[in-house]
Design a protein around this ligand. Structure first.
Ligand SMILES: [Fe+2]
Length: 115
């Protein structure tokens, strides 16, 4: 059955979780309408393998349910991406990555937008 995975306990992640959960680096607060950078790494502490038989295929970034962008990877890529975005209101940034062997993984980052 298809299901989106994430870590079970953020204080005690397994190596499998650390490699797969997309780690979102972004400010906690930004100004409305001003560009800022969001970096997404797979994963945190342990890099996910990037080889022909096992690699991260893409990562998607959403503001709540609004799609902001997708970065596609090849086995020759490093599994990280930086997007420059702007927001109009506070939201939950949500990243989804797809591993060709281990399925889809999600993480979130709350962000406050100030006037
Ligand atoms: Fe994997």
């Amino acid at each position: 059955m298809y299901k989106v995975q994430t870590f079970k306990d953020p204080a005690n992640m397994t190596p499998h979780e650390e490699k797969h959960v997309p780690y979102i680096e972004a400010p906690d607060k930004v100004k409305k309408g001003e560009y800022f950078k969001v970096t997404i790494r797979m994963g945190k502490g342990i890099d996910h393998p990037m080889e022909p038989g096992h690699f991260i295929q893409y990562v998607d970034l959403y503001a709540n349910y609004y799609h902001l962008g997708r970065v596609n990877f090849t086995p020759e890529s490093k599994a990280e991406a930086t997007l420059t975005i702007k927001l109009e209101e506070s939201c939950t940034l949500r990243a989804f990555e797809l591993c060709n062997l281990h399925g889809q993984w999600e993480s979130v980052h709350e962000i406050i937008v100030e006037e």
